[in-house]
Design a protein around this ligand. Structure first.
Ligand code: FES
Ligand SMILES: [Fe+2]
Length: 396
């Protein structure tokens, strides 16, 4: 099969562009500035439309496959439209269900993750098999006539691909992850070998901010040295991006300051260039994947229901397993603990105060018209896709 994207050429082109940008203090740009209003982050009607027309229509990542390693392992997740349970089946496939008992709606699973041969409801102890079938009705003789085969757990469409579990948060829909990603992004993700990595201690945050404010914050290469002067800003370049637009999703390269040794030279991409760059993929509608030399970071953002003022952010480190890393177990754990500590402190001390503060500030009814600069290219493309999903849907 011939490749759809020649990733080596993409990287090589981006590297050359980036080096020239750094030399001339430039970045890839959008064609124009764009104005926007506070309503984008505050309007309950818009939030409801996003919940249904975005999260209820297209696939997004709900877990890494390694978080469900064996049969009957499950994770639970608060999705915008449904509370969900994702369960590994005996045959290795994955199913997802609405986390609500079909008797009177009690919450079946309250833990974030675990292993379970039967889901037993805490209220009247109805029980469900891991494949969702209703297995027992308590005091069945006294209950009365109904078709037990119709009262299994409500299934949500899920698919495992590229090491991730993807879901469409809508029981009426189907799922086609490759179709959603498109040939280029599907191939890029396939080339990363994410299914061989393990998810190290995923972190979940509930923040008092609109999900798009959070997503914007992590697409933004313009703020790095201003908001993170003593941390990320020391290591990473600010406002220099080389981007490949795939229409819905996009790929971009940013750089560490160690790249400076190559400025002004005629260099080509080699695998060791990953030490000086960060390769990022925006996977519409709500995900950033960052490929570093030693690991991958995955950030997902989603609203809680139709509340414009609250979001869930999940952060994952995907790393080679202890065996694949060749590290001694203690060393491996220490290494990723340290990595998490640095990430979490930047998030808590630097990003969250600004992003939560933006939501508070935009509660001001007279906040005024605001601007997205030409340099904020990723932000423009994110908005383009959100608008398209709201206006014409996933087929548009
Ligand atoms: S609500 Fe679940 S058994 Fe009654
Ligand atoms: Fe930041």
């Amino acid at each position: 099969m011939t490749a759809t994207v020649d990733l080596h050429s993409v990287r090589d082109r981006a590297l050359k562009t980036l080096l020239s940008h750094l030399e001339g203090s430039r970045t890839d740009q959008f064609r124009e500035i764009e104005r926007f209003e506070r309503d984008d982050y505050q309007d309950p009607e818009l939030a409801e439309a996003e919940r249904d027309r975005i999260f209820g229509a297209v696939p997004f990542i709900v877990a890494h496959s390694s978080e469900l390693p064996g049969p009957h392992d499950f994770v639970s997740a608060d999705l915008p439209r449904n509370k969900a349970i994702v369960v590994r089946q005996k045959d290795g496939t994955v199913k997802a269900f609405v986390n609500a008992c079909r008797h009177r709606g009690a919450e079946l699973v309250t833990e974030p993750s675990g292993r379970c041969r039967i889901f037993s409801c805490p209220y009247h102890r109805w029980a469900y098999d891991p494949d969702g079938r209703l297995r027992t009705v308590t005091l069945d003789d006294t209950f009365g006539e109904f078709d037990r085969s119709k009262l299994g757990l409500v299934e949500l469409p899920v698919e495992e691909r590229h090491g991730f579990v993807w879901i469409v948060d809508n029981a009426q829909r189907g799922i086609d992850v490759a179709g959603w990603l498109g040939p280029e992004m599907d191939e890029i993700l396939g080339s990363f070998g994410i299914d061989r990595l393990v998810s190290v201690d995923p972190h979940v945050y509930r923040r008092p901010a609109n999900w798009k404010i959070l997503q914007d914050g992590f697409l933004d290469n313009y703020h790095v040295k201003y908001a993170h002067p003593n941390t990320a800003g020391k290591m990473l370049h600010t406002n220099a991006v080389a981007l490949e637009d795939y229409g819905r999703h996009f790929w971009f390269l940013t750089s560490r300051k160690s790249i400076d040794q190559f400025i002004g030279q005629d260099v080509s991409w080699t695998p060791s260039m990953i030490d000086h760059t960060i390769e990022s993929c925006f996977l519409a509608p709500n995900t950033m994947l960052l490929r570093h030399a030693t690991h991958i970071e995955l950030l997902t953002f989603r609203p809680t229901g139709a509340d414009p003022g609250e979001a869930i952010m999940e952060m994952r480190i995907l790393a080679p397993s202890i065996e694949d890393s060749g590290l001694e177990a203690g060393h491996w754990h220490k290494r990723w603990e340290k990595n998490w500590k640095i990430l979490v402190s930047i998030l808590h001390d630097e990003d969250f105060p600004i992003l939560d503060g933006s939501q508070r500030a935009l509660s001001s009814l007279d906040a005024g018209t605001m601007l997205l600069g030409r340099n904020e290219l990723a932000g423009h493309l994110f908005r383009r896709e959100i608008r398209r999903l709201l206006d014409v849907g996933p087929e548009g």
